[in-house]
Design a protein around this ligand. Structure first.
Ligand code: FRU
Length: 489
């Protein structure tokens, strides 16, 4: 179904209760609804926004178009949680209802300041000729959850040399100063990050661009920046649009990754860093955002989706979800992403298994849809070791270590329903050269996240399977010792 501009810019406030009830019923009839991932009640979910800890709870907002599975006029939707596992629905946080955000309350971040949560977002507007103008705005949430938008933007002009693609404020405090990073497109069609500084959150000074060495095949627009320092190093996160695929890399429609380097001195804005690395080696992952929690952990959550793709669930009136939260660690110059330890709260029954495989397959009894699996492949004497899951009469999803070519390979070509023309096809690979393989896999109704060797690599994918495709099979073409645990959720 084609959505007209008019339909995309209809607000939830303008439709009848009956009309909204119909959309809800459509979603209710959907297979593929997730059991423990954040998903929209109706319509389309995209970027995580305002990820923060405030007044004893975690808060997460997300981009939302309520009325259907398309990118229409965006709202901020609010969820809160005590443990990042079970989330409470807090309803709409911000609607596109001012002159500065009339065509969408776009992405941004949040920062607790004294008794308030400051929320920084991009107000998206269009004029009569559909020319975009972006404003950077602040809204303030109090302890009770009341949100008040400031009357005027804190940044209301776009500096010379940049296009109207100028958005997604990430605000943080460093050395008693506030900094605001923004994703931008230069007039020469190059993506970049610009930044502003402020002493008081009300007057802001344009500082210029962060100077990186990431300029070859770096895309035309960098969305959703984030920056943090960890273990004496610095991580600049960006979601560049327009990179070309190179071998196994950058195969999704847009990429999302980071530059790891030395702490940035924001006086000059120079950043010395390593090569751009993708966060996720799989299929749907974009626009992640991080926060530091009271335990001092750097936690990341991403959009389990991508811009411009269709979803198998579109016909049921909803699309996309969030990834699981991941803990970020940096060790020996490498970034690790580990599943949030609190996810253990989801575990119900536990089944341990171990066996030696000798050029064979072994099937693990399973009829569950939602589970966590930990499996270690030890003493590998083989060219291939791996696992198939969601296996049924016609379906299988395959993940394996190709030792000969030193690669991890994830194949979802026979995984069930797929969206048409998925950019880069349905196989993803990355380089890998370790003696042992350790997988920590999380299956939900319509997704899988595979953490490899303690978070050294992660592969994520949405999955749309038949309800009886649940077998788990371990395989090798040589010899290997397999040990693991399956926790049903
Ligand atoms: C990234 C993005 C952001 C923008 C938001 C709008 O997915 O394009 O740059 O603020 O989505 O929903």
């Amino acid at each position: 179904m084609e959505w007209s501009r008019e339909e995309r810019y209809r607000k939830i406030e303008d439709i009848t209760e009956e009309e909204y009830e119909n959309i809800k019923q459509k979603v209710k009839s959907s297979p593929y609804r997730q059991k423990y991932h954040i998903q929209p009640n109706t319509g389309l979910l995209n970027d995580p926004n305002g990820f923060s800890y405030f007044k004893g709870k975690y808060h997460l907002f997300h981009q939302w178009f309520p009325l259907g599975p398309v990118h229409g006029v965006k709202y901020w939707y609010h969820l809160s949680s005590a443990d990042l596992v079970l989330w409470e629905d807090e309803g709409i946080a911000m609607a596109p209802d001012t002159v500065y955000d009339s065509h969408g309350v776009f992405s941004g971040s949040a920062l607790p300041v004294k008794d308030y949560l400051y929320m920084f977002y991009t107000g998206n507007t269009r004029d009569n000729n559909w020319i975009r103008n972006s404003y950077q705005c602040i809204a303030i949430m109090d302890e009770k959850g009341n949100i008040t938008k400031n009357d005027f933007p804190f940044i209301d002009t776009i500096p010379e040399g940049y296009t109207e693609n100028f958005r997604d404020p990430k605000v943080f405090k460093k050395n008693e100063k506030y900094y605001c990073l923004l994703g931008a497109e230069k007039e020469n069609s190059k993506g970049t990050i610009v930044y502003y500084s402020s002493e008081n959150l009300s007057s802001w000074k344009f500082e210029g661009e962060l100077k990186t060495k990431f300029c070859k095949n770096s895309g035309f627009m960098w969305e959703c920046p984030d920056y943090f320092e960890i273990n004496g190093e610095a991580v600049l996160m960006i979601s560049p649009q327009g990179m070309r695929a190179e071998g196994d890399l950058y195969k999704n429609v847009f990429q999302s990754g980071y530059l790891l380097g030395k702490k940035i001195n924001f006086k000059e804005g120079n950043f010395e860093h390593e090569e751009f690395e993708e966060f996720d080696r799989g299929f749907e992952f974009y626009a992640p955002q991080t926060m530091e929690d009271p335990k001092g952990r750097r936690i990341l959550i991403g959009w389990f989706g991508l811009p411009g793709i269709e979803s198998v669930t579109d016909k049921y009136g909803w699309s996309h979800c969030m990834t699981l939260p991941r803990i970020i660690e940096v060790k020996n110059g490498r970034l690790f992403q580990k599943p949030l330890p609190e996810l253990k709260n989801l575990r119900k029954s536990e089944k341990k298994f171990e066996f030696n495989l000798n050029n064979e397959k072994i099937k693990l009894d399973n009829s569950r849809r939602n589970y966590e699996l930990k499996v270690n492949y030890k003493k590998i004497r083989a060219e291939k070791v791996g696992i198939k899951f969601r296996v049924g009469k016609k379906e299988e999803t395959v993940f394996y270590y190709d030792l000969k070519n030193e690669k991890l390979i994830f194949n979802r070509e026979k995984s069930g329903k797929l969206v048409k023309n998925f950019e880069g096809g349905n196989i993803r690979k990355c380089s890998f050269n370790k003696k042992e393989l350790e997988l920590n896999i999380f299956l939900d109704e319509s997704s899988v996240e595979i953490f490899v060797n303690d978070g050294l690599e992660v592969f994520s994918s949405r999955l749309f399977n038949e309800s009886d495709s649940n077998d788990i099979i371990f395989f090798t073409d040589g010899e290997v010792r397999v040990e693991g645990v399956l926790w049903e959720f």
